[in-house]
Ligand binder design. Structure first.
Ligand code: NAD
Length: 411
């Protein structure tokens, strides 16, 4: 049924992409890509569903012991608005593969694609009740779902503040929770790196989806000897970005709503007020300023390590550049936020990237690349305030199931 659902999503790709683009403001090419990723989630976990094995455990003479995987039962999935269908697929595909019945609470700003996918699930043959979508405000529908005694597992993707509320509600029912929260992910750039490739990736990692990506590369830490020259390349990248409505298919669209725009503008205003140099900014047409929640991507630096722009998640296209002298200092800066979701290392020195990959406190570490969440196949999730639990890859099948140990005495 998951494989069939994957086919149906691809059949309806164009319609689903426009629904997603119009609901979120994404450029249409980005929305099309999101729908392809959704199909890939259903394909990947549909393919995995009949390959989940148990264990046989050697025990005392006369006993046979096996461990089998079982579904949690009813799983709740509270998802955000930044990548509505990608988050939906990431969460429900492994849950359905393991035999759970899912109740989804999409974000109030972007519920349409979840509803469409639920209709397609019926066409794919899922029985009524296997995939349910409950729309509504977070504080009402989301809170009710988190506290519901009939729910056996909760997957939450969103802000740390709401994640804590969900975990508290789940604790009262002794229900396990997977929390995918925010990040302040660093990219470490050393003088010996391929600086052109690094600069292009650094720009993309903070501006794709208008910076509304939990694993956005929102900090770039640059070795002092190349700070000015490297940041000129990054600034040039910002200045070339095109911003527009979905049908213009620009590099980025608006942020999701007025509140998010105000948040981004507040961080930018604070950086300017505190005298941090603006290194580059994308041009934003006047008519866009007036017509929607558009913000101009901007890069500031050097940003002091304790400044809010270097510590807090903006969730918009604003990059904080920091400077370091030594490898130790780079590691200390990289680990010096409450978060630990993703990190990038740019160097040609193999010993150095091996050392750094060990020392960075992060759920994913990219070397001479940056995946902003990586592929469907790659386990993903946070450390520290970025959350706990793992999604994506085969590990998600463990996350979305529990075990039963069966002990048989036969003499
Ligand atoms: P949010 O936490 O306000 O909302 C997320 C979801 O939770 C929505 O569906 C919302 O309706 C629901 N919700 C709100 N209040 C609730 C409550 N009291 N009880 C239960 N559910 C409730 O987050 P947001 O502002 O919509 O999204 C942005 C945040 O999400 C950012 O911090 C971002 O980093 C994070 N995020 C993380 C990931 C990840 O994979 N780690 C992915 C996307 C977004």
């Amino acid at each position: 049924m998951l494989l069939k659902l994957s086919e149906l999503v691809l059949r309806d790709l164009e319609r689903l992409a426009w629904i997603e683009a119009l609901d979120t403001g994404k450029p249409i090419t980005t929305a099309r890509n999101d729908i392809k990723v959704l199909a890939r989630y259903f394909e990947y976990y549909g393919g995995a569903a009949d390959k989940v094995l148990g264990d046989v455990i050697p025990f005392e003479p006369g006993y046979s012991v096996k461990v089998v995987r079982e579904p949690h039962g009813v799983t709740a999935h509270i998802i955000p608005w930044n990548y509505p269908v990608q988050m939906l697929g990431r969460s429900i595909a492994p849950a359905l593969a393991m035999g759970n019945a899912c109740v989804v609470k999409p974000a109030e700003d972007a519920s349409l694609s979840s509803l469409e996918v639920a209709v397609l699930a019926l066409e794919a043959g899922f029985p009524a009740g296997a995939l349910n979508v409950v729309t509504g405000w977070g504080a009402q529908a989301g809170a009710a779902l988190s506290a519901h005694p009939g729910v056996n597992y909760i997957s939450f993707t969103g802000s740390p503040r709401v994640g804590a509320l969900v975990q508290q509600a789940a604790a009262l029912n002794s229900v396990p929770v997977c929390l995918e929260l925010g990040g302040k992910s660093p990219q470490l750039v050393f003088a010996d790196a391929d600086l052109d490739r690094a600069a292009t990736t650094v720009v993309k990692a903070i501006t794709q989806n208008t910076g509304q990506t939990c694993s956005a590369g929102s900090r770039v830490l640059v070795e002092r000897s190349i700070f000015d020259s490297f940041m000129r390349k990054v600034a040039a990248g910002f200045e070339q970005l095109r911003i527009g409505v979905p049908e213009e298919d620009a590099d980025l669209g608006p942020v999701i709503n007025a509140r998010q725009r105000q948040t981004v503008e507040r961080y930018v205003a604070q950086a300017e007020q505190d005298g941090i140099a603006l290194l580059g900014r994308a041009p934003l047409r006047d008519e866009l300023r007036k017509q929607g929640h558009f913000v101009a991507p901007a890069v500031f630096g050097p940003v002091p390590a304790d400044h809010p722009l270097a510590q807090e998640e903006v969730f918009g296209p604003v990059l904080a550049a920091l400077v370091f002298d030594t490898e130790d200092e780079a590691v200390a800066l990289a680990n010096n936020t409450p978060y630990g979701l993703a990190a990038g290392i740019w160097t040609r020195d193999g010993d150095r990237f091996a050392r750094l990959a060990n020392r960075l406190v992060t759920g994913q570490c990219f070397i001479n690349c940056y995946g902003a969440g990586g592929g469907v196949e790659l386990p993903f999730g946070g450390t520290k305030r970025s959350g706990h639990g793992r999604e994506k890859g085969l590990l998600a099948l463990d996350e979305m199931s529990t075990t039963k140990t069966i002990v048989h005495f036969h003499g």
